[in-house]
Ligand binder design. Structure first.
Ligand code: DX5
Ligand code: ZN
Length: 215
């Protein structure tokens, strides 16, 4: 799956930018609060508007503090997938997942590049998506950190041997040059911001990424 990130789109034309990525599986929406990460983007009101403006399922990536409190709103609004950061969860990570699912969303858990997978393996049984960050969260257009591929491989083994129904997603620095390594390591869903919206034809960029990942 390919999930273009609207972080690299024109925020004044979000409906058109969503329509510009034909064939995208999910539309990745980076919610940043200027506390969990040193950047501020958009929040629930804009997500609600975007939900009305596109049929592409929204993949909301919450880079915010206290997701225990705020994530549920995105699920209730109708986001397809709501991903919280493991590092930001205050209470019981299983309760967060349970609430998201009860509100009709898929529950996602994200790990920053330096966050190990091991402590989260058991918790992942309650989640639908594992979002592995391949850059430090906060900004688009950064260089892919190849060291995270070991974590992707470990996650792939864990999902396959444990027969978990978890989608392994990667986010950060994915482009024509890096996507094949990530695909080989076992990624199911690729987020790409600058590689899609920085291209002259974003729909073609989505198709090209998909082709490379399948090679
Ligand atoms: C970064 C965001 C990413 C970002 C990726 O914190 O989570 O989703 O949009 O942008 P690129 O693909 O340009 O690295
Ligand atoms: Zn993201």
């Amino acid at each position: 799956m390919i999930a273009p990130s609207i972080l690299s789109a024109d925020f004044a034309r979000l409906a058109e930018e969503a329509a510009a990525v034909k064939g995208a599986d999910w539309l990745h929406v980076d919610v940043m609060d200027a506390h969990f990460v040193p950047n501020l983007t958009l929040g629930l009101p804009i997500v609600k508007s975007l939900l009305k403006a596109t049929d592409i399922p929204l993949d909301c990536h919450l880079m915010i503090e206290d997701p225990d409190r705020w994530a549920i709103g995105y699920a209730e609004a109708g986001a397809h997938n709501v991903t919280v950061h493991a590092e930001a969860i205050v209470g019981d990570p299983r309760a967060v997942a349970r609430d998201l699912r009860a509100a009709g969303a898929k529950a996602g858990l994200s790990l920053k590049p330096g966050t190990p997978l091991d402590p989260w393996v058991e918790v992942l049984r309650d989640y639908d998506t594992l979002l592995i960050m391949s850059v430090e969260p906060g900004f688009g257009g950064q260089a892919f950190i190849p060291e995270v591929l070991d974590k992707v491989r470990a996650a792939r083994r864990m999902v396959d041997t444990g027969h978990l129904k978890v989608v392994i997603e990667i986010d950060g620095g994915i482009n024509d040059d890096t996507i094949d390594q990530a695909a080989e390591a076992g990624v199911d869903c690729f987020v790409a911001g600058s590689a899609v919206y920085g291209a002259a034809d974003p729909s073609r960029a989505v198709a090209a990424l998909r082709e490379r990942a399948a090679q």
